[in-house]
Write a protein that binds this ligand. Structure first.
Ligand code: F0G
Length: 349
């Protein structure tokens, strides 16, 4: 068993002092989704790259093994990040693994339970900011400029180096790049990392290039709208971001690929979360955004017949249990009695 840095070191642009800190991230499954493909109109092959199966439950672990390994190898003792939750949990875990201190700034009251619990469990100093993710990012950038603290947000180039590995894995599994890749977009680091990874492999081995479909939540869609959003709002709190740090780079990547960045409504995102779970893959709301956008594009006439499409599902459903439980009725109750259960089940087989 090896971590991503050991496996892909020859393909990653990391300084020589990098000292691997790993929790055996990556190597996530590419899951075939025939029923969901049929639901979306059929005629194409659909796979989910289920990044929720990383050690802390999100894709952030790919970038974090790289960023923390670089920081630890340089002798840094403290790392800091702003986060909508997943980066916080991942930074906390990898810092703990390396014996470093982690400070995480999160938007007050807007972080899902599983993420806050994770960051706390791994021993990070968790600070709630009276403001948005964008405000928190501004603060950590300023602090890291004046103190010997490593910034591990995706502004840090090593985060992208680590996250490129997801593209490498997809190519290894399919034998080539997919025709299309859809994924959620928040601070816009991940879509840039995928593009770097696919381009790198295409230059090396002619593996092809996917069209990128980046999807933001409609209430937090600065790239789809073409201007910053001062008060982003969405049920997909992971991507509740109004001024993405890598926005320009993401737009350029999408355009270069022949794809684009669009928005999907919260209702469409939650409906897609339900559809994914109905085929056995439970993801957090933000992770359903890519497919929600794809569904809308197909409904609006996008022709994907004959294509192989990969949807990146970035975080596990367990990250945000409230997204499901607050919409459900309490489960039915039955007396501890076989007659009562038989009555309740009726004709069920
Ligand atoms: N999906 C999930 C589950 C995320 O947590 C994030 C980002 C994204 C998608 C978007 O990725 O920012 O690279 O465009 N979460 C960050 C965080 C902002 O703090 O955890 P991106």
């Amino acid at each position: 068993m090896s971590g991503l840095l050991r496996k892909y070191r020859h393909l990653l642009d990391l300084p020589a002092h990098t000292a691997e800190v790993t929790l055996y991230e990556g190597n996530t499954p590419l899951i075939s989704m025939p029923r969901l493909a049929a639901e979306l109109g059929g005629g194409f092959d659909l796979f989910v790259k289920f990044e929720g199966l990383n050690p802390t439950g999100s894709f952030k672990d790919r970038g974090m093994t790289a960023a923390i390994s670089e920081a630890a190898g340089r002798g840094v003792r403290t790392v800091i990040c702003a986060s909508t939750g997943n980066t916080a949990a991942s930074a906390a875990a990898y810092a703990a693994r390396a014996g470093l201190k982690a400070i995480v700034l999160i938007p007050q009251g807007k972080v899902a339970a599983g993420k806050l619990a994770g960051a706390t469990a791994y021993g990070a100093q968790v600070v709630q900011v009276e403001g948005s993710f964008d405000d928190a990012l501004g603060l950590v950038v300023a602090v890291s400029e004046t103190r010997p603290i490593a910034l591990v947000n995706s502004i840090n180039p090593y985060r992208l180096e680590g996250q490129k590995t997801a593209a490498f894995e997809i190519i290894e599994t399919l034998g080539r790049a997919p025709d299309r890749l859809c994924l959620p977009v928040g601070n816009a680091g991940n879509i840039c990392a995928y593009w770097l990874g696919f381009r790198q492999m295409h230059e090396r081995q002619g593996s092809g290039l996917p069209r990128l479909l980046g999807v933001q939540a409609a209430g937090a869609a600065p790239l789809a709208l073409g201007h910053p959003v001062e008060q982003p709002e969405t049920v997909a709190t992971a991507i509740r971001i109004g001024r993405p740090a890598r926005g320009e780079q993401a737009l350029a990547a999408a355009e270069e690929s022949g794809g684009r960045i669009i928005a999907a409504s919260d209702d469409d995102i939650l409906a897609m979360q339900t559809l994914l779970a109905a085929e056995g893959v439970w993801v957090e709301p933000a992770s359903a955004a890519g497919l929600a956008g794809l569904k809308n594009e197909i409904a609006a006439g996008l022709d994907v017949r004959g294509e192989t499409i990969v949807a990146v599902c970035t975080g596990h459903g367990l990250k945000d249990p409230d997204a499901v439980t607050r919409r459900m009725a309490a489960p039915e109750v039955v007396a501890a009695d076989i007659g009562a259960l038989e009555g309740l089940l009726g004709e069920a087989e």
